[in-house]
Design a protein around this ligand. Structure first.
Ligand SMILES: NC(=O)c1ccc[n+]([C@@H]2O[C@H](COP(=O)([O-])OP(=O)(O)OC[C@H]3O[C@@H](n4cnc5c(N)ncnc54)[C@H](OP(=O)(O)O)[C@@H]3O)[C@@H](O)[C@H]2O)c1
Length: 295
């Protein structure tokens, strides 16, 4: 346990729960390519325990990480769960034997995915489940998501899911989903260098909906920018800490779920909760995304 105060980054009302804005994403705990078991399961469980000991109360996962591996590690490390822990999962995909990510959006497939999550996590109901839209696996694309979201809303009505969210969606899809059931969060790709969702984040903030960026550190290709490195050096921090602090500053509805398989990186990332950036530094960092967008 460390003396990091992650509550310094504030909290956000998430459904009917309140979570700290600094959380943890568990995807990196599975084996290479998010497939199969990790090399050292004890080390993976240690990261999860350390996250909780450091005050994390929001963990993002999915049963298609591994598949099943990440959820089972979470259960082994943390069950019975602390009362204040919010575990968020996602449904809508299955893994092929070749590690591929395939759509699984029929009502039956969504119900099966939910059962897998509940069994592997050892829960009777999920606090939050995101529908992971798969029309284009690499990024949001327009098109109705009503059939899939209606199926999730039915599982919610059965008491198996408390709150619903969306992942890999457009603004129009959020609006469509909200005509079917309340949406508490949206999880899309966003970071210092990938800012396609700037307008969506502001729109969701107005609505009180959380925005949880995936790949906050760049994902499988960690963020690299000479401006980011120069700012980090000047502040005596690491690039990853500055990238996370920038996200926290970007909008009050942003919840962070940086992923790591290492306790040292976990500590480093959590410390970003205490990092305050000046307006001058924010302006410098803002220019990184502007350059990427117009390149
Ligand atoms: N909805 C979706 O479609 C979707 C897609 C992807 C991810 N997600 C969720 O989003 C979460 C976050 O995304 P992510 O884990 O893929 O990407 P990320 O948080 O952007 O980056 C994780 C990568 O950065 C490395 N890293 C972490 N902290 C570091 C540090 N302090 N210094 C240097 N390297 C560091 C990790 O390696 P080490 O393990 O070596 O630290 C890992 O390779 C996931 O855990 C998952 O829950 C959702």
């Amino acid at each position: 346990m460390t003396d990091i105060d992650i509550s310094a980054a504030g909290t956000f009302k998430f459904g009917d729960r309140t979570v700290k804005r600094m959380g943890y994403g568990a995807m990196q705990l599975a084996g290479p390519g998010v497939f199969g078991p990790p090399k050292d399961p004890d080390a993976a469980r240690a990261v999860l325990r350390e996250a909780i000991a450091s005050g994390v109360d929001h963990i993002d996962t999915s049963d298609f990480y591994g598949p099943h591996v990440t959820n089972r590690l979470i259960r082994e490390a943390l069950h019975p769960y602390p009362d204040d822990l919010v575990i968020v999962s996602k449904l809508g995909a299955v893994r092929g034997a070749d590690a591929s990510w395939n759509p699984a959006q029929s009502p039956e497939a969504l119900a099966q995915g939910l059962r897998d999550n509940l069994e592997n996590l050892g829960l009777k109901a999920m606090e939050v489940v995101n529908l992971r839209v798969m029309s284009d696996v690499h990024g949001p694309s327009e098109g109705s998501i009503a059939p899939q979201f209606t199926a999730l809303a039915e599982l919610q009505q059965q008491g198996l899911i408390r709150h619903l969210g969306l992942s890999n969606v457009t603004s129009a899809q959020v609006a469509e989903a909200r005509t079917i059931a309340p949406v508490v969060c949206v999880q899309n790709l966003y970071n210092l260098a990938h800012r396609d969702d700037d307008a969506l984040i502001d729109e969701l903030n107005e609505l009180g909906i959380a925005y949880t960026p995936f790949f906050p550190l760049g994902g499988f290709s960690p963020l690299q920018s000479s401006t980011l490195s120069a700012v980090a050096d000047r502040l005596g921090r690491t690039s990853m800490q500055v990238a996370l602090a920038w996200l926290l500053h970007r909008s009050p509805n942003i919840l962070l779920i940086p992923g790591t398989s290492s306790v040292a990186h976990l500590h480093e990332n959590l410390q970003a909760a205490e990092l305050v950036l000046s307006p001058e530094v924010i302006a410098e960092l803002d220019a990184i995304g502007a350059k990427t967008v117009h390149a």
